[in-house]
Design a protein around this ligand. Structure first.
Ligand code: CTP
Length: 408
């Protein structure tokens, strides 16, 4: 377990509802304990139809509790609720969600949920019809309005052989959401408006083919997610499937021109920070064929023309209290090229990486970046793209406050 684990020493109440996905909570609990959290399992009566309390007692940090009227602890709901750094409910059934939304407190778990001030994460799992029922939709909206983090179910095979939305989110997703709650510097970007672009643009040749690039969008998505977890109001303009993360307003685009249009029509929105992580095509086809080009016509002559440079445009209209971060994907001279782009495009920071490295850049989950700014250079060690985003944003926010770009 790394010393830096955000879970280290955190007290987590893991509430388990009565659904078939209850068995997956065992793995979630194990991972939380392995990451250094102190996990108190609280099982509902219905959950005991699916899983045994002994399993949770054996693997949790203390024995599983199932009753409000515990012999050792006369008021377990308040002691659990007060001590908790976070409460996770997985699986959260339609019934449990309804009782929590209505403020009912008729068992240990619902009573603990009402008695706590700790952040609550609800991991919903149920049949598609139930998840889409207006009562569940309304209850989820109510909980979100109250600040509860709701992790929506995924699409997959459900109990009884059905397929659809309803499956409990992966353990990784739940852990990432809880980690976000424990992040040092939570609230670092509270009240800030952040614009992030992510993914590679696609430039049409005809209705079937396009010119693209190898960007997976992972680093840009990591920036958007980290900014949202730091409390920012995030707009994400992207060419790839967006993350399921509260606090991110997604605008999906495909081409460089569409990305330029999406960004330029929003520049007046007063962004405090712009992260231009997208790999934007430099050239597009001058004439896009409206119909499929047939092989029988022979090899086509594709004539290219430049696309708008979005970062350079943003640099030319940048208000003085905005921070502009560009990227530089390089295969050779890293620092000098990043510095050239910093100056030419009038950015405040350029995040540079060498895309030829096997563990950094395109498509992989890790990155090794160098931050170029002012007359300085800061090299970050190889890390998970999520942590790279967290570290860069923390550094940039600090820099913005020290240099008076943002009020202290
Ligand atoms: N960029 C942009 N619009 C473009 C091309 C690039 O906004 N039409 C942005 C990218 O999002 C990135 C930065 O400019 O933040 C640098 O992109 P990169 O592809 O590394 O550099 P280029 O400007 O294309 O320069 P070169 O081809 O010389 O590397």
């Amino acid at each position: 377990m790394p010393n830096s684990s955000p879970f280290l020493g955190k007290r987590v109440v893991l509430g388990v509802g009565g659904g078939i996905a209850a068995y997956k909570s065992v793995e979630l609990m194990r991972r939380l304990v392995d990451a250094g959290a102190f996990v108190s399992p609280v099982l509902t009566a219905a959950s005991l139809k699916f899983v045994g309390a002994t399993t949770f007692s054996a693997l949790g940090s203390e024995r599983a509790r199932i009753s409000l009227f515990d012999d050792d602890d006369p008021i377990p709901h308040t002691s659990l609720g007060k001590q908790a750094d976070a409460i996770i409910v997985a699986p959260a059934t339609a019934d449990l969600i309804a009782r929590y939304a209505a403020g009912l407190a008729d068992d240990l778990l619902t009573t603990t949920l009402i008695a706590t001030r700790a952040p609550v994460v609800i991991v919903a799992a149920m049949h598609t019809e139930m998840w889409q029922h207006p009562s569940v939709v309304d209850n989820i909206a109510t909980l979100r309005r109250r600040g509860v983090v709701v992790i929506e179910p995924e699409v997959g095979r459900l109990a009884g052989g059905d397929t659809g939305v309803g499956r409990l989110a992966s353990t990784e997703r739940v852990l990432a959401a809880v980690e976000g709650l424990f992040l040092e510097g939570r609230g670092l970007l509270l009240g800030k408006k952040v614009l992030v672009t992510a993914g590679g643009t696609r430039e049409s040749i005809d209705p079937v083919r396009y010119i693209g690039n190898r960007s997976s969008g992972k680093q840009g998505i990591a920036f958007a997610t980290a900014a949202a977890r730091f409390g920012a109001d995030v707009t994400l303009v992207c060419t790839i499937a967006p993350p399921d993360e509260p606090g991110i307003d997604v605008v999906e685009v495909e081409s460089a021109q569409q990305m330029f249009d999406a960004v330029s029509t929003r520049v007046a929105d007063g962004f405090d920070l712009v992260v231009m992580a997208a790999a934007v095509a430099d050239f597009r086809c001058k004439d896009v064929s409206p119909i499929k080009i047939k092989k029988s016509q022979g090899a086509p002559q594709v004539v290219l023309e430049p696309t708008p440079d979005i970062l350079a445009y943003l640099g030319s209209v940048k208000p003085k209290n905005q921070i502009l971060i560009g990227f530089a994907a390089e295969t050779g001279e890293l620092e000098s090229e990043a510095r050239r782009k910093l100056k030419e495009k009038k950015a405040d920071f350029v995040v540079a990486n060498n895309v030829l490295e096997h563990d950094a850049g395109f498509a992989v989950d890790t990155n090794r970046v160098t931050l170029v700014y002012d007359d300085s250079v800061l090299a970050f060690e190889l890390d998970d793209k999520r942590h790279i985003a967290i570290k860069v944003l923390s550094f940039v926010a600090e820099w913005a406050r020290i240099n008076g770009v943002w009020p202290k």
